[in-house]
Unconditional design. Sequence first.
Length: 74
Amino acid sequence: LLEDPDVKGTFMDFRDKTAEELRASTALRSHVLRVMGAVEKVVARMDSEDKVVTLLHDLGQRHVVYNARPEFLD
């Protein structure tokens, strides 16, 4: 996010921030913690494919409104 202008541009709250401002951003820190929480949930449910699929589908649905592009998830 700090270095890729295409990805950075998709985040309304962060697109006009400098790298230094992003490093100090509580909003970015909060987003990172939510991402890590989602990763933790997926790992915890790895033994249940249905639960992982549901979790990721729901997460994807919430990101549709942000015009999140699949290539940014790689």
